[in-house]
Design a protein around this ligand. Sequence first.
Ligand code: BGC
Length: 730
Amino acid sequence: MPHDATSDDHQTRIEDLLGRMTVEEKLGQLQQLAWAWNTGPGGGGTADVEAAARKGLLGSVLNVVGAANSNALQRIAVEESRLGIPLVFGLDVIHGFHTTFPIPLAQAAAFDPAVTRTDGEVSAAEARSNGIHWTFSPMMDVTHEPRWGRIAESTGEDPYLAARYAVAKVHGYQGGDPSDLSAPDRVAACAKHFAAYGGAEGGRDYNTVDVSEQRLRNLYLPPFEAAVEAGAATVMAAFNTISGVPAHANAHTLTGILKQDWGFDGVVVSDWTGVRELIAHGNAADEADAGRLALSAGVDMEMVSTTFADHGRSLLDSGALRQDRLDDAVARVLRLKLRLGLFERPYVDEAAAITAPSTRTRAAARAAAGRCMVLLKNEDGVLPLDAGIVRSLAVVGPFADSGDLLGTWSLPGAPEAVPVLRGLREALPDADVTHARGVPADGPDTSGLAEAVAVAAAADAVVVVVGEPPAVSGEAAVRSDLRLPGRQEELVAAVAATGTPCVVVLVGGRPLTIGAWADRVPAIVMAWHPGIEAGPAVADVLTGAVAPGGKLPVTFPRTVGQIPLYHNHERTGRPYDPATPQEKYVSKYLDIADGPQFPFGHGLSYTTFALGDPALSRERITTDELHAGATVEVAVPVRNTGARDGEEVVQLYVQDPAASIAQPVRRLRGFRRIRLAAGEERTVRFTLGAADVGFWTNDPAGVHTVEPGEIHLHTGTSSHTHARQTLLIT
Ligand code: BGC
């Protein structure tokens, strides 16, 4: 962080306050308590929160809802406590406050970080106007685990995509200047969960993560480093262990990498009771020990559990906790409050609080949802639905007339999603749009199946809206079976058997295994949980008013037994070769075709695109030049070869065929979503530098290396590409 006048002024004020605070007041600044709404076990209690604020023994509160409530609580801290230090209010504003955008995984599918930036801007303005200063977002946990419910909150399986989104979301929430977060439409961001939370074994939430240093640094850390560089004000520790050491007690990651190597000067907040959970992890003997371990390792603020506040004084007195570490943690919390301008403007203008989505924010959410949808399959020209031809349309399935499409982490009181049925009725005013639910989202009831089949049989086309409800993705929502729940597969099969042209709209918070029925239907659109404007956005895509151009940010496996299955896997000594499928002693399953149902980066459009061979600005470069910042430009000609305007995501992958550490078979290092008119051609340019062609070694000291040799470049419209160019590093 540059030493400018603002940071000098902040430092002076921090030192002045530190000089006047008692040990208890210092420990109080490190305490965050939950107010009325609980997002974890054992929190809440407005009277306790108010009492702690009055005594000056509280730094922050999470889950305060409403401008009047936040002002009332702030007044206690500012006007009744001895030093009048304002509270900082945090909330999980993950993909919207009033205006719920598509879930983060869906946003990643847009392959367009501007989508997430817009969500960040809209969310920040709505939240701050209601007295929320700090959001616990963005989550940037790369994961290879679709069983894990929190994949819905992530941007999927790729660290480069995650890093690009992390930066855009931080900028969306905070604006461009991390030293000044005081604007009435900005909030502090929180990069979470540090680190490797997405690696939970078996996908079970909160589970063990054992990870090599190279994988930690190449796979899990890049989005965090990018977020810190972009100025993320805070970072949240993760619930998991990292190779045996819980993330909350991990000095290597929290202090060594985050604070020392990356120079992070913001706040590390624990996750909900994450400090006390060091006891359950078997790492701390008791609460005092848990507090000592976490604070010493680099946690600055404790969410919900109270080990710092309860034991900090005795830990200091016994010498188990260093005074300078305590003062550093307090300084970080005070710096956050200064950056947020809370000392100058602790209250919000209740009359100006945003209380509902506006026409403008709804339009933004609709546009975002349309960009996030992925056309997985489209045979026989079923899509787009032609308003001139479709006179009657059946819309069936448990999610056809459902408002439950906001996704995990929608806030209490946020307006429901507009149902797909309504969206299609509005988009096709001249068509006879009929509806039958068929089967419920879950459970054995098939009593409505016959009616759904009848309406489908009688229509020109049928849209089947099936999938999983938001309640089965998100935190602590892990599934061992990724098929459609209940009897939904039977519904799809029965409707497909009518012979009426059929489009499946899939909703969900993760990849679903659809192999049992995908071949029976000509068209499938992955709509994820699309947010408040779900119905209109689905209608936009199905009718072609919006050109689908999204791509999968995660691999869709054929079956759960293939998991983990991801595009950027490391090379093996015995790879499967499709040219010799009968070869036994290779890395494969005996009982299923090799590879995924749909690969990472896959997604169709209503037109076709052709990519020409990439051209390099130079074909050789030295390691010295790369270390000094030199780059190579890759130019890829793209042409819309179809008859409609459309959007495509041009993707660039690199592969290092001989390196001192086995490399991924491909690494995404560039993507660009472009719109081309029918017949139009354009050249897309990417830039490759040391970060793109090098990698982190296993050295715990953090060594990034660029090795001489060939780098193969793959360009394409999905991760199923092959090498098209070679760059030589000498
Ligand atoms: C989650 C965090 C969240 C926190 C506060 C925890 O259970 O893991 O992501 O920010 O609760 O609600």
